[in-house]
Structure formats: structure tokens, C-alpha cells
Design a protein around this ligand. Structure first.
Ligand code: SF4
Ligand code: SF4
Length: 116
């Protein structure tokens, strides 16, 4: 649920400039959901490291070609002839993307224009 009075302008700032949007990690539950949905196109960009017993860290987004962190989110697409962006995995995007921004203050501090 987005914060009250919030409307995404599709400016792409969050996905382009906030490295913690695309150089971070996701939960066991998110990985399990992608597995359940057969989203191996997404899972190939996740690097799961076994930390012992049942503990894993699931780093995103890691290039399946180079094994390195990406410089920009692989799911972000610019709409043709518009200065707007869409997420290609909108329906199943990571929780931290779905919850952004968490408040008006968070938006203002991170350059989100959704309250303008
Ligand atoms: S997964 Fe979607 S919402 Fe999240 S950073 Fe990438 S393009 Fe943006
Ligand atoms: S920075 Fe805010 S307004 Fe721009 S795309 Fe992200 S959520 Fe939408």
C-alpha cells in the first residue's frame, strides 16, 4: 500500500540512482516465491550464499554472465519516446521495491517526486 497522497511519476530515480534498490539482498520467502512461480529468469540474477545450517544470503542483482553486481537494475525499461520508466517484474518485484518510499520523509530524502 503506497503512502497517502503518493503517486509514482515513473521518473525512475529510485531504480536508477539508489544503489540499495538493485545492489542488496532479498529474503528466503521472496526467493521461494520466485521458485514457486517458476521465475528462473529472475532467479538467475540472484546469488544465494550458504552461511551455514539453514542460513542463506540472497544477493541481487548479480550478472549471470560476469558474476558481478550490476550498475543498474536489469528489470528497468525506459518507455520509448518518453522520459518514463517501468519495472519489467512489477508483479513480483522485491519487497523493498514494493515498499518504496516508506514515507514522505523517506521520499524527500531520496529524491522521489511521488508527493509533488
Ligand atoms: S526490480 Fe523493478 S522496482 Fe526494483 S529496482 Fe528493479 S526496476 Fe526498480
Ligand atoms: S523515485 Fe518515486 S516517483 Fe520516481 S519512479 Fe521511484 S517511486 Fe516513482
Amino acid at each position: 500500500m503506497p503512502p497517502k497522497n503518493f503517486k509514482c511519476k515513473q521518473c525512475g530515480n529510485c531504480c536508477l540512482n539508489l544503489t540499495d534498490a538493485f545492489q542488496t539482498s532479498v529474503s528466503d520467502e521472496e526467493v521461494a516465491l520466485w521458485e514457486m512461480e517458476g521465475r528462473y529468469d529472475i532467479l538467475e540474477w540472484v546469488n544465494s550464499i550458504h552461511l551455514g545450517e539453514e542460513y542463506y544470503i540472497h544477493d541481487i542483482w548479480i550478472s549471470p554472465k560476469t558474476g558481478d553486481d550490476v550498475g543498474r537494475c536489469p528489470w528497468l525499461r525506459k518507455l520509448p519516446k518518453q522520459n518514463k520508466f517501468i519495472c519489467r517484474i512489477q508483479d513480483v518485484k522485491p519487497e523493498h521495491c514494493r515498499k518504496y518510499p516508506q514515507s514522505r520523509k523517506h521520499a524527500e530524502e531520496t529524491g522521489c517526486r511521488g508527493f509533488e
